[in-house]
Design a protein around this ligand. Structure first.
Ligand code: DON
Length: 558
């Protein structure tokens, strides 16, 4: 017997080597858990929840709630977001849509004057700019349906930090300075986020005892603690008093919706991303489909950048024409994400010449919203992008509640062809209507094949989708998460017809060559984005994570 084995040893060795290398033997579970978020306190809270026996979904609720406290300029329970979930036990995937809805009294001309012109600022500042929040409902929903720990346990870190306070950092100072006027306009916002009416210095402690109470109410009573009863009355009264149009019915009828994510393929990688009312997944797949047709890895610069830009241009044109709330408009999702459709879009791309976008406009830039990525030791994952839209949202805090309201209404198209704060134009599909969800660019995404899994996303307004695209292209080249998050970025969104870029993205020769092709170049004064990524090599079981060096976030493997 032994002789026989000995004789067969070379084959046996080969067989073992095959098993080791084969995808069949990919490690079933990651060797560690990984969390990347935009704030160290949120990353810590996520790991703490995992240590208490929670899964990635519990951690996601805890992280969302802590970010709502420590990044008041980015997201919060007065806002909404999309949580993309993957459950390891059965491979189930869903997108929890906790996007804000327009109040039922909203209508398509809400922000227009008598002449039909958009009134500047109305969809950005104060409670008339606020959609009905989805985050409280989404957190309760995720905890109840996917989590393992009691809701009150996962909210505990956020409640503690809201009570004890968190120190102001440099980004806070920048954002509060930018939104000073809006914050001063709301007495409650003024008293919570400013110090004697001025932007507080770094290190100053922001305490939010009323927000702590509101979170505690949710911990005790679930989503009803926010959307119904006395608390809802208090919100509605305050909003109306300050010029808003919310009703009790708006709050009571808010529902989280679970939606099928958008899927596509790129060079053997499976992409899973946000579905409408986000434009992210569809635009991402359109761009990847176009680029796949050109066999991008084989294309040299500057044609490579040129092709990526042309793919961006076309996907954003479609975004404006076709995308909106799927419960209000018919979106041809299958067609838009089909490789043949992309082939049609790619037909008029020339290798040496920029295409032309039709129309013209400029826009201001937004810099907030937040993303986090989580992988637990069971292989469950969450990619979530959450927002109150502009820094500090509408600037309006509901007195006595600590709840800072979003200004997500600006993501609607206030008037056809008139750009929003991100310069995005829209048409009928994204027109305002009562109860409708406004179109988003938020793109929480999974990228995987049999050997590896990535979880990624970023804030950045209209540039979110192209940042995720650039991250995926890095991954397709075999690079790791640190490279995806730090990669110098460029962006095109059809209109304005220009390549916006971080100054380290192109050297002089590249700039000249792109200009020669007919591209308009717009260097940006600031870097942008705040990508948070997690990576799991299934073959080795090793995990990796990275937080964008542009932000103050933390990626931690434990
Ligand atoms: O949902 C959206 O697309 C926007 N409200 C996101 C805003 C954003 O990322 C701001 N950051 N610069």
């Amino acid at each position: 017997m032994f002789g026989l084995l000995k004789q067969k040893a070379p084959w046996w060795g080969l067989f073992c080597a095959f098993l080791f290398l084969s995808p069949l033997t990919t490690a079933a579970v990651p060797d560690k858990a990984a969390i990347a978020t935009a704030h160290p306190l949120a990353t810590e809270a996520g790991h703490q929840i995992l240590k208490l026996g929670g899964n990635a979904f519990d951690a996601a609720v805890a992280v969302s709630a802590v970010l709502a406290v420590v990044e008041p300029y980015s997201s919060g329970i007065g806002g909404g977001g999309f949580w993309l979930l993957h459950r390891a036990s059965d491979g189930f995937e869903t997108m929890v849509d906790g996007r804000e809805r327009a109040p039922l009294a909203a209508h398509r001309d809400l922000y227009l004057d008598k002449e039909g012109e958009v009134i500047p600022g109305l969809s950005i500042n104060g409670p008339l700019a606020a959609g009905i929040p989805g985050e409280p409902a989404a957190l309760a929903h995720i905890s109840e349906h996917y989590g393992r720990l009691p809701f009150k346990d996962v909210l505990a870190p956020a409640i503690r930090i809201a009570r004890e306070g968190f120190p102001v950092e440099s980004h806070y100072v920048r954002m509060a300075t930018w939104r000073l006027k809006a914050l001063r306009a709301s007495e409650s916002a003024n008293s919570i986020f400013l110090h004697k009416g001025e932007v507080p210095a770094e290190g100053y402690l922001i305490r939010q005892p009323e927000l702590a109470e509101t979170l505690q109410r949710m911990a005790d009573a679930g989503a009803d603690g926010f959307y119904r009863g006395e608390f809802a009355e208090r919100i509605v009264d305050a909003v109306k008093l300050a010029g808003g149009i919310w009703s009790l019915e708006d709050l009571a009828s808010y529902r989280v919706i679970e939606r099928m994510p958008i899927r596509g393929n790129f060079m053997g990688l499976k992409i899973t991303s946000a579905s409408p009312p986000s434009s992210g997944g569809i635009a991402l797949i359109t761009m990847l489909n176009i680029l796949q047709g050109f066999n991008l890895p084989k294309v040299e610069e500057p044609q490579r950048t040129h092709l990526i830009v042309e793919a961006m241009r076309r996907a954003y044109r479609d975004r404006a024409d076709y995308l909106g709330d799927p419960d209000f408009v018919d979106i041809p999702v299958d067609a838009l994400t089909h490789p043949w459709y992309a082939a049609g879009l790619a037909r008029d791309i020339q290798m040496e010449r920029a295409s032309q976008s039709v129309g013209n406009q400029n826009h201001e830039e937004g810099r907030d919203t937040t993303h986090f990525s989580i992988l637990d030791r069971e292989g469950n994952r969450v990619a979530a992008t959450l927002s109150i839209n502009y820094p500090f949202g509408s600037g309006f805090v509901v007195p006595g509640t600590g709840v800072l309201l979003n200004d997500e209404m600006d993501d609607f198209s206030a008037s056809p062809g008139v750009p929003n704060v991100y310069g995005l134009v829209g048409a009928e599909a994204n027109a305002i209507a009562g109860g409708k969800r406004m179109l988003s660019s938020m793109s929480p995404t999974f990228v995987e094949d049999e050997q590896q899994v990535a979880v990624l996303g970023t804030p950045g307004g209209s540039r979110i989708i192209t940042m995720v695209l650039l991250g995926i292209l890095e991954m397709a080249e075999g690079k790791g998460p640190t490279d995806w998050v730090k990669r110098p970025r460029f962006h095109h969104q059809y209109l304005p017809d220009q390549i916006q870029y971080e100054t380290d993205a192109f050297d002089e020769s590249m700039r000249k060559q792109l200009e020669k092709m007919g591209h308009q170049l717009k260097p940006l004064e600031h870097d942008y984005g705040n990508m948070q990524a997690v990576y799991w090599n299934k073959k080795t079981g090793k995990v990796d994570a990275a937080s964008d060096p542009r932000g103050l976030g933390q990626a931690k493997i434990e």
